[in-house]
Design a protein around this ligand. Structure first.
Ligand code: HPA
Ligand code: MG
Length: 219
């Protein structure tokens, strides 16, 4: 596997229909709201474990994780957990601090123009640190680009981005993501803390939302 391929993560093809819902368990109240299990929870965990190894290899001291809420909370907590396990089972322990930033740029399934940083905009604790931004999904890249610019103003020593999912778009922005879990087609996905108007964060698999689901939870 060459480096370019590695940077794309697990590539999910356009014609992947997902697994039938009946093959897995999921909260019954979402029965009509999701089409299929797109990435089962177990596969997510296995991939996050591998990403933890990449991070472990690349970072040394002054490591700081910046978790992008709310969607990134599951990915971040599982990633950090795997980093800790790796540290206990090898002779390199990466001392890990986690900070949080809350962003909002989506309404229904559409990206809005602005990036809203909710809560503290002051990230001066990042100065001189080796920062890993942990984000559940990199979509148009607009949010990530704006966040990277904002983070750079606080003069960290180094910044890398972990994105569990990266959407494959026709005019994909330059590659902003250093560690990619899965490259997926341009579907709106939910679960594993990813939401549609705050619903579906409690679904453990990553699933494709159905038209019924989109209508039911539209605002
Ligand atoms: N699902 C949930 N949130 C998102 C998505 C998505 O596909 N893209 C950007 N934010
Ligand atoms: Mg959201």
């Amino acid at each position: 596997m060459d480096n370019a391929e590695m940077k794309r993560g697990i590539v999910i093809k356009d014609d992947w229909p997902g697994y039938s819902l009946e093959l897995f368990t999921y909260p019954e109240h979402y029965h009509e709201d999701i089409e299929s299990v797109y990435i089962p929870h177990g596969v997510i965990m296995d991939r996050v474990e591998r990403l933890a190894r990449y991070v472990m290899d690349d970072f040394e001291d002054n490591f700081m994780v910046l978790c992008v809420l709310k969607g990134g909370y599951k990915f971040c907590s599982d990633l950090v957990e795997f980093i800790k396990v790796l540290g206990r089972n090898s002779n390199k322990y990466l001392e890990t601090r986690v900070e949080f930033i809350r962003l909002k740029s989506y309404l229904n399934d559409q990206s809005t123009e602005e990036l809203h940083i909710i809560g503290s905009r002051d990230l001066s604790f990042l100065r001189g640190k080796s920062v890993l931004i942990v984000e559940a999904i990199v979509d148009t890249g607009k949010t990530m680009k704006a966040l990277l610019q904002h983070v750079e103003t606080f003069e960290p020593k180094m910044v890398k981005v972990a994105g569990l999912l990266v959407k494959r778009l026709p005019n994909m922005a330059e590659n902003l993501t250093d560690y990619v879990g899965f490259e997926i087609p341009n579907h709106f996905v939910v679960g594993y803390a990813l939401d549609y108007n705050e619903y579906f964060r409690d679904l453990n698999h990553i699933c494709v939302i159905s038209e019924t689901g989109k209508m039911k939870y539209k605002v």
